[in-house]
Design a binder for this molecule. Structure first.
Ligand code: GLU
Length: 502
């Protein structure tokens, strides 16, 4: 059975790269009818952040990535399911003690009593001499008596991996192919730290084995560590999982995706009103491509289409414009109700409406949704877009617009339009359409000469979304006020024309 896992460290917000790793693991497990595990790697006690685990589980839940085993969110609380737990590394310390003992007994690991000061000095010296900093093996050959004595004296220690000299480590990565490394180029990795916690490198191997992981699918940044992991599997005599290293995610400048160039955390994107399905679709195509031109994929379609052979080796550029395009696509597909649901937090936040207005304004909100659906790339753009539409303090400066307002027919249009709106009971889309039709028939003002000046008088602009919808959203009183403000303008242009003509 295929078993893979997402093994994040709870160190703050969820990076989009982490979500992609989780996604690929999830998709692959689903595709193969396997199990997707979530294990928390919290052994670096200096980097823990409160709330990070909840954040993480929340990001997965929102994006539809469900864990089969390991950590889950139950009634908002972190919980664990499965028989091979605990799935939180800090709850597995006794297990690591057991396995480190085996390595010590077999001579694959050794106690290291070097002080931090000694190691710092060593590193500084090596750097100064232009060497790659690495442990010099100072404690490799302590005698059993020496070790006992130091332990009795309660000297602080770490436990290191004892790598043999000139030993070739080889493995086949599913994406990268055959990889070899000589132990002469590797450091005697710390396996147990001075605080008694295992390092990532040790815990990851023990846990992947005990949790029966068949596929390790993770970011490329872990590729250089993999030979050490492989060597540990060999020491224990364990069967190795398959390794699948995913390409880095890059900024436009082809450097690793960083905060400097904009948002990088899942929370950032969700907060801005990116839809989870768009985020998932976009991330799925960062480093993997389908066997077709298709770009829009639901999670189910991804599960169908995904396969390892189409994972790229080279880094994938995080193209924000493409993400926006994709999000706009998903936004257009939303029902009005869903659109309103997504838009509301932004309207409340910007105080465009207050909570007690929501129900009385529900019809109006539906119209705003229709008006803005085609116009936004993400929901945080809503307040500004709407404010723009609701703003009646506009100035008309475009010469072409001014010319249209100066037309004789615009004078007539202006008058009847204002009259017809004033005598209407209310101004909804249907009524607005009917009025424009009536004017067309009665005044013989048609096409561009009808719609453009009407739009300019009501919105100040030559182009924009459906005018009748705008009229509906603004409402009768606001439209009349806007027309009233035009009165002098239209008249003034008229008289200017007269002056010029005369
Ligand atoms: N804890 C590691 C991380 O934070 C997991 C790496 C792995 O998947 O082996 O990414």
């Amino acid at each position: 059975m295929i078993r893979d896992r997402f093994a994040p460290s709870p160190t703050g917000n969820v990076h989009v790269g982490s979500l992609r790793t989780a996604l690929y693991n999830y998709i692959y497990a689903k595709k193969m009818n396997g199990k997707f595990l979530l294990r928390l790697e919290d052994t670096d006690r200096t980097r823990l952040e409160a709330g990070a685990t909840e954040n993480l589980l929340n990001a997965l839940m929102v994006t539809g990535i469900e864990t089969d085993e390991g950590l889950i969110l139950k009634d908002g609380q972190v919980d664990q399911i499965g028989d091979l737990g605990p799935y939180i590394q800090s709850e597995r310390l006794a297990i690591y003690q057991d396995y480190i003992k085996r390595l010590l007994d077999q001579g694959h690991a050794y106690y290291c009593f070097c002080s931090k000061d000694r190691l710092d000095t060593l590193r500084a010296q090596q750097k100064e001499n232009g060497q790659t900093p690495r442990y010099d093996g100072h404690c490799r050959d302590l005698t059993a008596a020496e070790i006992d004595q130091k332990l009795k004296n309660s000297e602080s220690y770490t436990i290191r991996l004892k790598l043999p000299a000139n030993h070739q480590i080889a493995f086949d990565d599913v994406v990268r192919g055959h990889i070899e490394m000589n132990t002469d180029d590797l450091d005697d990795q710390v396996l147990i730290k001075a605080d008694g916690f295992p390092t990532y490198h040790f815990a990851v191997v023990v846990d992947d084995h005990l949790m029966q992981i068949s596929h390790v699918i993770r970011g490329e940044e872990w590729l250089p560590s993999t030979p050490k992991h492989i060597y540990l599997y060999e020491c224990f005599g364990w069967e190795k999982p398959l390794f699948v290293h995913l390409p880095n995610i890059l900024n436009d400048d082809r450097k690793k995706l960083s905060k400097r160039q904009g948002d990088v955390s899942v929370e950032d994107f969700l907060k801005k009103g990116y839809l989870p399905e768009a985020l998932i679709n976009f991330l799925a195509l960062l480093g993997w491509s389908p066997d077709s031109e298709q770009e829009i994929f639901s999670l189910d379609e991804l599960i169908q289409a995904f396969d390892f052979s189409r994972i790229n080796k080279s880094g994938a550029v995080f193209d924000r414009a493409k993400l926006n395009w994709m999000n706009a696509h998903y936004i257009k597909e939303l029902t009005t109700e869903k659109f309103v649901e997504n838009m509301l937090p932004f309207l409340l936040d910007s105080e465009t409406i207050s909570p007690d207005q929501i129900s009385e304004k529900s019809e109006w909100l539906g119209k705003v949704a229709q008006l803005l659906k085609e116009r936004i790339e993400y929901f945080a753009q809503i307040p500004e877009e709407l404010a723009h539409i609701l703003n009646d303090q506009f100035e008309i400066t475009d010469p072409e617009a001014l010319e249209l307002l100066a037309e004789e027919s615009t004078g007539r249009l202006y008058k009847v339009l204002a009259e017809k709106i004033a005598s209407s009971e209310k101004l909804d889309v249907e009524r607005a359409k009917a009025i424009l039709k009536e004017i067309q028939k009665e005044e013989k003002i048609k096409g561009k000469m009808l719609y453009m000046p009407a739009r300019i008088m009501i919105t100040g602009e030559m182009h924009g979304p459906d005018l009748t919808l705008i009229m509906d959203v603004l409402g009768k009183d606001a439209v009349l006020l806007r027309l009233a403000a035009m009165k002098t303008l239209v008249a003034q242009y008229e008289s200017d024309e007269e002056v010029k003509n005369g």
